[in-house]
Design a protein. Structure first.
Length: 320
C-alpha cells in the first residue's frame, strides 16, 4: 500500500467512525427498535401514521450520517470530551442537540452532552416551552440571562450584529466554563458556510468561510460546527418531525440585510441547480491555490511541480 493509499484509508476510517455503533453486531435501527419505543423517544403521538414515522427514521438516518461524517473527518469530538451545545431556540441548534444525544449512545468514544441558552432579550416568544421540552427529555440544560446584553439593548437599541456577537461570545465562554465543558458546539449549517463563503468573497475580498473546527483565543475551548454538511432543508424537516417548539429570534426576521439577500440569491439559483450548496462545500475542501491570485501560492518562476493528491478531495453529498 502506498503512503497515499494509507492516508486515504485512514481518512475513510476516521470519517466513518461516528456512523458505527459500539457493537458492530447490532442490526439496523429500523429492526432494532420497535415503532412504539422510537415514537415515544421522538415525542410522537400513538396514532402517528407509518408513512410519517418512516420518514422520521429516514431523516434521522441521513442526519446522523452527515453529522458523523463531519465529526470524523474534522476530528471534532474525542474521548472524554464534555460537549456544550449552544441552543438558540431555532431548528438548527435543536437538530444539532438531538443528533449529538443520539450519537452519544452509538459512538465508539465516550463523551457527554449538555446544552445552554444565552438570553439577550431578543427572543420573539417565551422560552418556557423549549425548557419544558428539554426537561421531558432529561437534557442537562442551562438558561442564562445575560445582564450586559440587556443593558446594551437599553443603551444602544440599534446596535449591530458584531457588537451583539461579542457580548454573546463572552457569555458563551463564561457558561461553558461553569459547565466544565471543553467543547462548544454551534448549529451553523451548510447554508451558513456557503453564505459566509460568498459574503467574504463579495464584500471583504477574502476567500474564506467558517471553520468546521477552531479554538478560543486562549485554547481553552474547542469550537465545533457538526452541521457543516447538513442543509437547512434537512434541519427544518427534522425539527418538524420532532414536534418540538421552535423559538425565533428577532435578528432572524430582519430584512434588507446581506444575509437575507444571499439567501434569496441561493433560493433562486437552486430552482435550476438543486445541488448548488453541496458543490460549494466540495469547492471549499478542494482548493487549487495555483489557480488563484495570491503570489504566496504561485510558482512564478516555473521551478516546482504542483502538488496534487486527489484522495484529499471533499466528497459531494447530494441527498436531501
Amino acid at each position: 500500500m502506498t503512503s497515499s493509499d494509507a492516508r486515504s484509508a485512514s481518512r475513510r476510517s476516521s470519517a466513518a467512525v461516528f456512523d458505527r455503533s459500539k457493537s458492530e453486531a447490532q442490526p439496523p435501527v429500523s429492526t432494532r427498535r420497535s415503532t412504539s419505543k422510537a415514537a415515544r423517544r421522538a415525542g410522537l403521538t400513538a396514532d402517528f401514521c407509518t408513512k410519517h414515522y418512516n420518514r422520521y427514521l429516514e431523516l434521522e438516518k441521513t442526519l446522523l450520517r452527515k453529522v458523523g461524517e463531519a465529526i470524523g473527518r474534522f476530528k471534532m469530538i474525542r474521548n472524554g470530551d464534555r460537549v456544550a451545545v449552544a441552543l438558540s431556540g431555532g431548528k438548527d441548534s435543536l437538530t444539532l442537540l438531538e443528533a449529538l444525544l443520539l450519537l452519544q449512545k452509538k459512538a465508539p468514544v465516550e463523551f457527554s452532552v449538555c446544552a445552554f441558552t444565552v438570553e439577550q432579550g431578543k427572543f420573539l416568544r417565551p422560552f418556557e416551552p423549549m425548557g419544558e421540552y428539554l426537561r421531558q427529555k432529561r437534557v442537562a440544560w442551562t438558561y442564562y440571562r445575560d445582564t450586559p446584553s440587556f443593558q446594551l439593548l437599553e443603551d444602544q437599541p440599534d446596535h449591530g450584529c458584531d457588537l451583539c456577537s461579542r457580548y454573546r461570545r463572552r457569555a458563551v465562554y463564561e457558561i461553558a466554563r461553569g459547565l466544565d465543558a471543553n467543547v462548544i458546539a454551534f448549529g451553523h449549517t451548510a447554508d451558513d458556510f456557503c453564505e459566509a463563503f460568498l459574503r467574504n468573497a463579495l464584500f471583504t475580498g477574502k476567500m474564506s468561510a467558517l471553520p468546521p473546527v477552531t479554538h478560543s483565543r486562549d485554547k481553552e475551548f474547542r469550537l465545533i460546527r457538526p452541521l457543516v454538511f447538513v442543509t437547512e432543508d434537512l434541519t427544518r424537516q427534522y425539527a418538524e418531525s420532532l414536534s418540538a417548539p421552535v423559538i425565533p429570534c428577532g435578528c432572524s426576521q430582519r430584512t434588507g440585510t446581506v444575509r437575507r439577500t444571499l439567501r434569496g440569491f441561493f433560493a433562486e439559483l437552486e430552482k435550476d441547480y438543486p445541488h448548488l450548496k453541496e458543490n460549494m462545500l466540495a469547492a471549499m475542501g478542494n482548493l487549487q491555490p495555483s489557480r488563484l491570485l495570491d503570489p504566496r501560492y504561485l510558482d512564478l518562476e516555473g521551478t516546482s511541480e504542483p502538488e496534487r493528491d486527489e484522495n484529499v478531495l471533499l466528497p459531494i453529498f447530494t441527498d436531501l
